[in-house]
Every structure is written in structure tokens, then in C-alpha cells.
Design a protein around this ligand. Structure first.
Ligand SMILES: C[S@@+](CC[C@H](N)C(=O)[O-])C[C@H]1O[C@@H](n2cnc3c(N)ncnc32)[C@H](O)[C@@H]1O
Length: 219
């Protein structure tokens, strides 16, 4: 099993129970570091993990994570993780905030998907609290409310793809016109009757529905 484990924004109390359970299960936990000589200094993930009451220190393995995506610069890291998985270990890779938001874990996963599909099939991503949810809570100002929308923009952006999230759908809404190569709907997430799939649900039946058009065209 390969777990991508979101650690939340920094406060150890904001690490989820699911993340702690995954950390417990892991035989080896890859912790991103910024230096090629694999020093812990400067590793925010290491700092968060060190503040936990649980001591997972003996399982930590530093792993250098480049900031950008170039499959060549991730090659060694992928091999390291793959060989740990292949020796039947339960392996973790930790990431800041929530893995869904600008996490290099997905650089890794895209290469793993291509090269080691069986590891990809046995990968679970554990979501976490993103830094922007925490920031919003600090100042008691919502990120979006009513009919307002939320935009997350990389400061030094070039022309990049953009993901659009549709929330606050109403029962009876006809969403069949939404199109996208990576369009997914999610209903009753985390509940017993959770359902999700590609495309749209057609006519909305559940209030607890979210539709995500991942990596829509250029914005
Ligand atoms: C590579 S992104 C990772 C975001 C992360 N996955 C999340 O969900 O927040 C790193 C950026 O997230 C923001 N960030 C992450 N953790 C933060 C924190 N504890 N305080 C303030 N900003 C943070 C900063 O803008 C930083 O440049």
C-alpha cells in the first residue's frame, strides 16, 4: 500500500485521525526535504511530524523534492518509493496542507501511474486541511459564501490549466451541458451512500453534490 498523507497546515491538532492511522500503518514514511544532501533542516513536513504526540521518527526517510515538474528530476525519488513498495512495505509520503492543492505528491503519482501502475492502483490519498481553510478560520472570514466564488491562483503563473469546482447545486438542476475530459461528480461524500463517477449526474438529485471539472482548458 502506498499512502499519500496530507499533514494539514502546521498545527498538529489539524492532522486528521485518518492520517494518523495511515502513519501508524506505514513501515516507512518518506518526508520531503528541500536539500539534496537530505538534511531535515528547512523541512516543514518534518517540523509538523516532530510536533506530534506519536513518535514515528524511526520510520522517517528524507526524500529530496524538487519544486517543479520535470520527470527526469523525479526519477530517483520514484525508484526509491517503488523499491520500498515492491519489498512489500506499507509506504507513506507526507505532504503539507491538503494533497489536492499544489502538492508535489501528484508529480510523483503521475510518474508512478505510468511506470508502476500496480503501485498506483494500491495508492490511497489521505486528504487534509488546506492552509487556506486554516487562514480563513483564523480571521473568521469565509473563503466563499452565498453566490461568491473562490479563485486560487499561483502568483507566478504562466498560461496553465484551471480546475473549476461547482458547489451549491439545487435539486432539479440540469447539468448535462457541462463538458470536460476530466469532469467528475461526487455525491454524499464520506457517507454510506457515497457515489462518484465521470461525467455529470444529469439532473441533480442530491443537495450533497459537487462537480469538479479538473484541468479545464487554459484560463
Ligand atoms: C506547494 S503549496 C502547498 C499548499 C498545501 N498543499 C495546502 O493545502 O495549503 C505551498 C504554498 O501553500 C501556502 N502554505 C502552505 N502552508 C502554509 C502555512 N502553514 N502558512 C501559510 N501559507 C501556507 C503558501 O502559499 C505556500 O507557498
Amino acid at each position: 500500500m502506498f499512502y499519500i498523507i496530507s499533514l494539514g497546515p502546521g498545527d498538529p491538532d489539524l492532522i486528521t485521525i485518518k492520517a494518523i492511522k495511515a502513519l501508524e500503518k506505514c513501515d516507512i514514511i518518506f518526508v520531503p526535504v528541500r536539500s539534496k544532501i537530505l538534511e531535515w533542516e528547512g523541512s516543514v513536513a518534518y517540523k509538523i511530524l516532530s510536533r506530534l504526540e506519536h513518535n514515528f521518527q524511526s520510520k522517517f526517510q528524507p526524500i529530496y523534492t524538487p519544486m517543479s515538474y520535470n520527470p527526469e528530476s523525479w526519477k530517483d525519488q520514484v525508484e526509491q518509493i517503488a523499491s520500498a513498495c515492491i519489498t512489500n512495505k506499507t509506504v507513506g509520503f507526507v505532504t503539507l496542507g491538503d494533497a489536492a492543492v499544489y502538492s508535489s505528491a501528484y508529480y510523483l503519482l503521475s510518474i508512478i501511474k505510468e511506470k508502476y501502475n500496480s503501485i498506483y492502483e494500491n495508492t490511497e490519498v489521505i486528504p487534509g486541511v488546506t492552509s487556506i481553510s486554516y487562514a480563513s478560520a483564523k480571521v473568521k472570514i469565509p473563503l466563499c459564501l452565498g453566490n461568491s466564488s473562490l479563485e486560487i491562483v499561483p502568483m507566478h503563473r504562466e498560461d496553465v490549466k484551471s480546475t473549476k469546482v461547482y458547489m451549491r447545486l439545487h435539486k432539479g438542476d440540469d447539468v448535462r451541458s457541462l463538458k470536460g475530459e476530466e469532469l467528475y461528480y461526487f455525491e454524499n461524500l464520506g457517507m454510506e451512500n457515497e457515489a462518484y463517477g465521470e461525467g455529470t449526474p444529469g439532473i441533480i438529485e442530491n443537495y450533497l453534490t459537487v462537480i469538479i471539472n479538473f484541468n479545464e482548458g487554459q484560463k
